[in-house]
Write a protein that binds this ligand. Sequence first.
Ligand SMILES: [Zn+2]
Length: 246
Amino acid sequence: MLKFDPYYFQCPCCQAWLEGRNLKSELVNEAILYSDGKILYDNLITTPQKMVLCPSCGHSFWVERPEEPFITTEKPPVAVYSWNTWRFYGVSFTNNQGKLALIKHYQYFLKKSSYEPKKEIYLRRLLWWAYNDLHRNFHYIRWKYLFNGFMSYGVWSAYRRMLLEGEKLFLKNLKDFNANLNRLLVLLEKHPEEQVDLELPEIHRELRQFETARAILDKASSRTHFTIEMIKRSKWKDSRVFMVTG
Ligand SMILES: [Zn+2]
């Protein structure tokens, strides 16, 4: 079964055709949610990539609204750049160098120009997630994930090594991580319509402002698994991104 619906669009600079993919909406419920709001399905992020770097000419451009005539679901009768050639700017996530390269791409876009708040929020949110990717799923370093037969020893120990190295790289970049979150916080407070549910307390928690995070959560009208976990981790002074459902 195809998990994605393909679509096609052209680079506004060189007119090269690129293939994009949208996750089929009925599969969204089977996805994994993380506390920072990132959602993964089959290890692929479900948030559309709106900033595209053309694999043919290197021009960067926004795909703001995936609508016709700019975008079509009909495959054009010419050569098309496959999704893998341009998605995440060709970066591979199987090692920390690829994750650092993705961070650099977002930093480059943010430095290159100034954006309207909605676009800056989008880019800073993806930069936030890219930093967190360095130590996302950190719980897998525990021995229990080897002993429950989830992974072979070889896979688990390679993954563990990558996470431990990723944690070091995350801490090395902590100043930039915090600067990005502080700026995102200012933007989201100014534009509440762009806020995602529970995003503000999570930003405060990841900035190690645990009291502020708890004060916001105490005011929340309902208690869910997510809010309970966030309160617990704020009490423990644990600022790391965590898996909410999966
Ligand atoms: Zn191009």
